[in-house]
Design a binder for this molecule. Structure first.
Ligand SMILES: NC(=O)c1ccc[n+]([C@@H]2O[C@H](COP(=O)([O-])OP(=O)(O)OC[C@H]3O[C@@H](n4cnc5c(N)ncnc54)[C@H](OP(=O)(O)O)[C@@H]3O)[C@@H](O)[C@H]2O)c1
Length: 310
C-alpha cells in the first residue's frame, strides 16, 4: 500500500500529541519541549500558523494526503483558511477538530462555531471525516476523600448530574491516536462522521467502581437538572453583559457539556447513530481499548498522569 502523508495541526496539544506524523507548529512554539518530543518520535516539523496567509498554508501542505486538525476549542474559526489551503493543495482527506464528546450534539450546543467550519468544508467539496470521541477517561472520575488521587483529578467538585443514571461514552485520551490511525486509512469513513469511544458508563457506575477499587466512600454532590439549567441561565446572562469574559465562557462550556452527557444523554452511541455517525465498535470490532478499571487502578497506584500536567 502507498504511504499516506499525514499532517497534524495542534500536534503539541492534548489530542494532537496522541496522533502525530508531520506536524504544523506555529513559529512561536517551535522551542516547546512538546515539539522536541514529537521530533524524537520521528515526526517531521513544518512551521506554520493558521493565522498566517492562506498561500503560506498551501505551501506547508505540499504533498500531504491527510490533514488532521487538533486545535483547541477557541481556535475553531482558524480552520477556515486551513480548509481553503487544503483544498488548493489537493489534500485527500481533512479531519477538522473535532474530538468533542456526544456524537456531535454537544458540539452543536457547546461549540456551535465548529458547525460553521464543517459546513464550510462541505461547501468546498473537500473530502472529510468528522471524528468525535467520548469524554476522556482522564476527566471522568471524582476526587477521593483521602486526597491521594488529587494529583490526577481535574474536577474536584464531585458533582453528579441529575441522578447519575444517564449512560455516557468515555474514551481514554491515549486511544484517540489509535482510533484516528484506523479511521484515516479506511475508505468507509470518507465523507462520514465517526464516533470513537471505549466504553459506556453512568456517573453512579464510575463512582461505584472507584469506591470498590479504592475502598473509600466518595462524597456525591447531586446537582438536580433544574439547578443546572438555572446555572446555565445565570452564566448566559453574565455573558450577554460581558461577551468576552473568558471565565464565564468556560463555565458555559462546562454547563453545556454536563447537560449534554448528564441530562440529555447525547453522549451515547445510540444517539450518534441516529445522527448518522459510524461507530468505532462496529467499524473495528477487534480494537481492544484500555479498560476504565485498569485506568482507575493506575490512578490509585499513582502512575497515571494529569492530562493538563504540562
Ligand atoms: N472529549 C473530551 O473529553 C475532550 C476533552 C478536552 C478537549 N476536547 C476537544 O479536543 C479538541 C482539541 O483540544 P485540546 O485540549 O487537545 O487542545 P489543546 O491542548 O489546547 O491544543 C491546541 C493545539 O492547537 C495549536 N494551535 C493553536 N493555535 C494555533 C495556530 N494559530 N496555528 C497553529 N496551531 C495552533 C496549539 O499549538 P501551540 O503549541 O502553538 O499552542 C496546540 O498544539 C477540542 O475540540 C476540544 O474541545 C475534548
Amino acid at each position: 500500500m502507498a504511504k499516506i502523508r499525514v499532517l497534524i495541526v495542534g500536534g503539541t496539544g492534548h489530542t494532537g500529541s496522541s496522533v502525530a506524523v508531520v506536524a504544523l507548529i506555529r513559529p512561536a512554539s517551535i522551542e516547546k519541549p512538546a515539539v522536541r518530543a514529537l521530533q524524537e518520535q520521528g515526526v517531521e516539523i513544518r512551521e506554520g500558523d493558521l493565522e498566517e496567509s492562506e498561500e503560506d498554508l498551501v505551501k506547508a501542505l505540499a504533498e500531504i494526503d491527510v490533514v488532521i486538525s487538533c486545535v483547541g476549542a477557541p481556535q475553531q474559526q482558524c480552520q477556515i483558511p486551513l480548509a481553503n489551503a487544503a483544498k488548493k493543495a489537493g489534500v485527500k482527506r481533512f479531519v477538522p477538530c473535532g474530538f468533542y464528546n456526544g456524537g456531535s450534539s454537544s458540539r452543536r450546543h457547546v461549540a456551535a462555531g465548529s458547525e460553521v467550519v464543517y459546513n464550510h468544508i462541505k461547501r468546498l467539496w473537500l473530502p472529510y471525516t468528522f471524528i468525535d470521541v467520548g469524554w476522556w477517561y482522564q476527566l471522568a472520575f471524582p476526587r477521593l476523600p483521602s486526597g491521594r488521587i488529587d494529583y490526577a483529578v481535574l474536577n474536584a467538585t464531585n458533582e453528579i448530574i441529575g441522578g447519575g443514571t444517564v449512560p455516557s461514552a468515555i474514551t481514554d485520551l491515549r486511544n484517540i491516536g489509535r482510533y484516528v490511525a484506523k479511521i484515516i486509512a479506511d475508505e468507509r469513513t470518507l465523507n462520514r462522521m465517526v464516533f470513537a469511544y471505549d466504553t459506556l458508563m453512568t456517573q453512579n457506575q464510575i463512582y461505584d467502581l472507584l469506591e470498590e477499587l479504592s475502598k473509600e466512600k466518595i462524597d456525591r454532590n447531586y446537582v438536580p437538572d433544574e439547578a443546572l439549567y438555572a446555572r446555565g441561565a445565570v452564566v448566559r446572562q453574565s455573558i450577554q453583559e460581558n461577551p468576552n469574559d473568558r471565565h464565564q465562557l468556560h463555565l458555559l462550556y462546562l454547563v453545556e457539556y454536563q447537560l449534554s452527557w448528564g441530562v440529555r444523554g447525547d453522549n451515547n452511541p445510540e444517539y450518534a447513530k441516529y445522527l448518522g455517525y459510524l461507530l468505532s465498535k462496529e467499524l473495528y470490532p477487534d480494537f481492544e481499548p484500555t479498560s476504565f478499571r485498569d485506568y482507575l487502578e493506575s490512578v490509585i497506584n499513582g502512575s497515571a498522569k494529569h492530562p493538563y500536567a504540562s
